[in-house]
Design a protein around this ligand. Structure first.
Ligand code: TRP
Length: 361
């Protein structure tokens, strides 16, 4: 069986470090590993519209931002098809058929949907399109016969629901769809990088994000203002690592060679942590180090982005080509699905002939 990746992001804003360590960086590594036969990366605009129906321009503006973020991180259109969800009508059609295989109560039990309904205060006025987006996500994944879906941990219930739909479909209509597996970050911290204010998650509405497209000055400012240990007032005070955002980020980003390069006082993160806990290591020094570590990762991304920004039509052309490739794949799956569901009337010569014979009798 072919190894196929599908994953994507909602274009509701520029991508940030949470997206980067949670999924984006891994995608690039998987892409470059050569271990996959096909890779599809989707800008999920239709899904973004499920809770932004009244703000289509926000989605429209952010398609290019996400595409630029993708390309500047190293997603390569020669190896991965980058495409826009709404341009693949086959996905909507699949969703419509899968809807018959999912109960309302099953959707109500989906933990991600549950959490998002609370977060958005939808309560009794949940848009139907939003409520059913896990089914649409199952279409995204199965349309490409994806075996592997690299995502953050918060997406696990979506993959589980997709697997259920696949099993249900295959048991009712015969083996047709491929059951996908989620691939989540190995490093747990990367699954949910906190915001710069120490809050549980990076989120645009909380204003606690470091964006991949932030300037060097913006990143530095955000790092220097990061939440640390509020009890660590004097350099000589012992510091705590618990909930200390700067150290959480170091856990996610720093490698031993960063110490040799930017902070030779320590051999590795453990030594730095020990000193902090003993007392005698100030926040400013740790923050300067973190800033250097982040710049190591972000500077090349920023440079590539600047280059790509000079030719926006070329980026749209990449997306357009990606849509062509994606559509070719999705329409094959849709044809299989319709055949399995016995709604392929015109392709079925035998159906027409055998009915003719019946009427002739
Ligand atoms: N739900 C994902 C998110 O919010 C985006 C997405 C849509 C997706 N369809 C997908 C991710 C299919 C993986 C596979 O980020």
């Amino acid at each position: 069986m072919q190894k196929i990746i599908l994953t994507g992001d909602r274009p509701t804003g520029r991508l940030h470090l949470g997206h980067y360590v949670g999924s984006l960086k891994r995608r690039v590594e998987l892409q470059n590993s050569g271990a996959y036969d096909k890779i599809f990366i989707m800008i999920a605009d239709a899904q973004a519209l499920t809770d932004n129906a009244d703000n289509p321009d926000k989605i429209r503006e952010n398609i290019i931002e996400v595409a630029l973020d993708y390309l500047s991180c190293g997603l390569d259109p020669a190896k991965s098809s980058l495409f826009i969800q709404s341009q693949i009508p086959e996905l909507t059609e699949l969703t419509c058929y899968y809807m018959n295989l999912v109960t309302v109560s099953r959707l109500q039990r989906n933990p991600t949907v549950k959490a998002e309904i609370q977060l958005r205060n939808f309560e009794t006025s949940i848009p139907v399109g939003f409520f059913t987006y896990p089914i649409s996500q199952a279409s995204d994944i199965t349309a490409f016969r994806a075996t592997t879906v690299p995502v953050g941990e918060d997406q696990l219930p979506m993959i589980e629901q997709t697997r259920e739909i696949v099993r249900k479909f295959n048991s009712v209509y015969g083996e047709t769809l491929v059951e996908p597996e989620a691939l989540i970050p190995e490093n747990e911290i990367c699954s949910r990088l906190p915001g710069t204010d120490g809050k549980a998650k990076m989120s645009k509405s909380l204003g606690n994000c470091i964006y991949l497209s932030d300037t060097e000055e913006e990143v530095k400012k955000k790092v220097m203002n990061m939440y640390t240990d509020p009890g660590h007032l004097k350099v000589t005070d012992p510091g705590s690592l618990e909930g200390n955002t700067v150290f959480i980020y170091l856990d996610a980003f720093c490698r031993d060679e960063h110490f040799a390069k930017y902070c030779p006082d320590y051999k590795n993160l453990q030594e730095m942590k020990d000193h902090y806990q003993r007392g005698g290591l100030g926040d400013v020094k740790v923050k300067r180090f973190l800033n250097a570590v982040l710049e190591d990762e972000l500077a090349p991304i920023r440079t590539r982005r600047k280059e790509l920004e000079k030719n926006i039509p070329a980026v749209y052309e990449i997306l357009k080509q990606g849509c062509v490739a994606a559509r070719a794949e999705a329409s094959k799956t849709l044809a299989d699905v319709k055949a399995a569901m016995r709604i392929n009337y015109f392709e079925d010569e035998e159906l027409i002939q055998s009915q003719q014979e019946r009427f002739n009798q």
